[in-house]
Design a protein around this ligand. Structure first.
Ligand code: AKG
Length: 309
């Protein structure tokens, strides 16, 4: 089997077109077969590190519900040798670099700790999320002057096949450029199911998508299990998760108020300090932007965002 060397400078015309109109791209044969084996071997040897998520991924959807919650695992980059090694190879994997350069711009970085989905048959889905018609910090997409750019980009390294229509990653094509909110019935996959695509891909392929896309998971209906390693990369000006680095504040920061000190913290999204005019600081795990706050007459609102799951 031949695997791809990738593109030094970016995507082909065909790939650019597909990514721009769909919001995702399936790239075949990216993972070299020996590496694919090593990744699966490492997962086989670490099954005890996987367990069902405690997140409610289905919410009130009746069509995404199934027999099991999804099994996830993380921390692969810190596993003992040799099992961390194949996962570390994916951090800056040469066949992928042209795609990251082309979709994030050069200077991209690994933004999130990678995770693995390890699904037995009958694993539930995940409601579609994002694809918002108003700006979200870091979760954006733009195409201008012949250049594609995404703030946060997910790369799914497929370690098992995903037959089209059998479950797994799904998305609404074009929703990364949506102008209206996704109706609840569609994000729950209860209405207009044909608007949601569940693309087919093989073990060794990658599915690359902008997190600005309305995407989620369909219940896994195949006899064999699903295995995917998910790496999220970001543009050099975006830090969404807290990153892998340690931060040391200057000594004089101890003389500041909590609000002033919080204003010196590095950029990221989750758990970020939110500073109020009265000097209080809170740290909601997720704080999303809302549609533009309107100032109404004299009773102006501060436009503070809400805590939305
Ligand atoms: O199952 C997938 O491929 C997508 C999962 C997803 O969107 C998520 O975990 O946020």
């Amino acid at each position: 089997m031949v695997f791809r060397l990738g593109h030094v400078h970016g995507l082909t015309e065909r790939e650019e077109y597909l990514f721009d109109v769909q919001g995702w791209l399936v790239v075949p044969r990216v993972i070299e077969p020996r590496l694919l084996r090593a990744l699966n071997d490492a997962l086989d040897a670490n099954q005890d590190r996987f367990g069902p998520t405690d997140e409610d991924l289905v919410e009130e959807s009746t069509t995404l519900a199934a027999e099991h919650r999804r099994r996830t695992g993380g921390g692969m980059l810190e596993w003992p040798h040799p099992h961390c090694d194949p996962f570390r190879q994916l951090i800056a994997y040469p066949p992928l670099i042209g795609y990251l350069d082309g979709l994030l711009g050069r200077g991209w970085h690994l933004d999130h700790p990678p995770e693995v989905f390890d699904y037995p048959r009958g694993t539930e889905g995940h409601v579609l999320h994002f694809g918002e018609p108003f700006p979200q910090d870091g979760i954006w997409y733009q195409a201008r002057g012949g250049t594609l750019r995404s703030g946060l980009l997910a790369v799914e390294f497929l370690l098992s096949d995903q037959p089209a229509g059998g479950g797994g990653f799904c998305a609404i094509a074009g929703s990364h450029k949506a102008n209206f909110p996704c109706p609840r019935g569609i994000s729950l996959w209860e209405q207009d199911q044909s608007a949601v695509t569940n693309p087919g891909a093989r073990a060794g392929d990658v599915i690359i998508f902008t997190e600005a896309l309305a995407h989620g998971t369909l219940p896994w209906r195949n006899e064999f299990g699903r295995r995917v390693a998910v790496y999220r990369f970001a543009a050099k000006t975006v830090q969404y998760a807290q990153g892998f680095h340690q931060v040391v504040m200057p000594g004089w920061a101890d003389e500041l108020t909590p609000a002033q000190r919080a204003a010196l913290e590095p950029a990221h999204f989750y758990d970020k300090a939110i500073i109020e005019p009265d000097g209080s600081v809170s740290r909601p795990w997720e704080e999303y932007d809302e549609p533009p706050a309107r100032i109404r007459g004299d009773s102006a609102t501060t436009g503070a965002g809400s805590d939305r799951a």
